[in-house]
Design a protein around this ligand. Sequence first.
Ligand code: GLU
Length: 463
Amino acid sequence: MTRKIRTRIAPSPTGFLHLGTARTALYSWAYARHHGGEFVLRIEDTDVARSTQDSVDQILAAMQWLGLDSDEGPIYQMQRLDRYREVVDRMLAEGTAYRCYCTPDELEDMREAQRARGEKTHYDGRWRPEPNKALPAPPDGVQPVIRFRNPADGVVTWDDLVKGPISIANREIDDLVIMRADGVPTYNFAVVVDDSDMDITHVFRGDEHVNNTPWQINIFNALGAPLPLFGHLPVILGDDGQKLSKRRGAVSVTAYRDTGYLPEAMLNYLARLGWSHGDDELFTREQLVQWFDGTHLSKSPAQWDPAKLSWVNAHYLKTIDEARLASLVAEQLERRGVAAPVDRVRPLCALFKDRCTTTAELADWLAMYFADVAPSVEDLAAHVTEAVKPAIAGLRDTLASVEWNKSAINAAIKQTIAAHGLKMPQLAHAVRVLVCGRAQTPSIDAVLELFPRETVVSRLQKA
Ligand code: GLU
């Protein structure tokens, strides 16, 4: 019988959901959805000292924002300690795991001696049971850790979904601690118990776990559990060709949300980063699900490209529902303490969205409609000159009574420049500086029309 396809994402809540994990989550989710399978969210919180609730909250928020809905979870490993203990007890009884009483000092001495001999450091197997081997007597007062009794020889091989066949000799791998003295399991053990209990068929994860996979396969085998398929995704590199990391300017998924990226753009961009479907650069969530069958995954590292992400975001900014765009921009304005009713924001977005790549940039433009502007001294000096001031006063008087629409405003401006012998840019720049707080804007009549008349008149008063 073929197994139902089940994938998972298993973030550790020791920081924000970073972009690499988000991409892995996306691929796992899309793969499950493509096959009509299920997607599980598991929080790997066994690193008690570094796991935080804040980080869990951020991860959940990021997943929700990206629309990566799970069929099960969040499942927390720390709520499954009894289950790990149960499996350990079974392995102890079956001889696939054993108690090791080495103290940290002893282990350090062991490594020290190995280094001194020029050997690679490894656990020397002193508590590993062997036929006809006499083990030392357990010392008093030492709580043992549990180690996996890794097969001594043979080769672990798997056909990686991304990297192709990989083999590692068992003699390269030592007996790993699977449960600490306090009863908390280590990653490589808990992950196997969970992937097995949760009936996971496909494990996608970052490259950095390739070296863990042989241990995990050996533990699956020791448990007699069916193996999932593994796909290890290459790292994402930053602009500088180094692995994207917190220190290298990588920010969290939620930071992109907060700085005005759209989830559909992020999803689209992340999907393309390490996977392709012909030459398609822009595609919907539905198309991704339809196309994502686990093939065409890139073996080489992807390069994070902020300019491309902006391009993708700009595309979605132009195409999304206007009411939704308006409410996102209103939120951005609210973040900067500017209250803006959504129904007023909507026509404003229509005028500015073509020149913006994020909702934050849109908010930068729109703030002038809802809050005072502060033109710079340089702009005032350059554009609001003595030569132009009489024309500004004339325009202000005309605008006080014209019909309030673009063509009437345009006629008033033209009439003013003719009356004062000015060129269009001279007056338009001055008006922009005074009313908008900057010298460059879209067409001035279109920009002014969207202000209340009183605002325009009173800002022109300041010349
Ligand atoms: N908790 C691990 C991590 O965040 C999960 C790795 C895996 O998917 O097995 O890297």
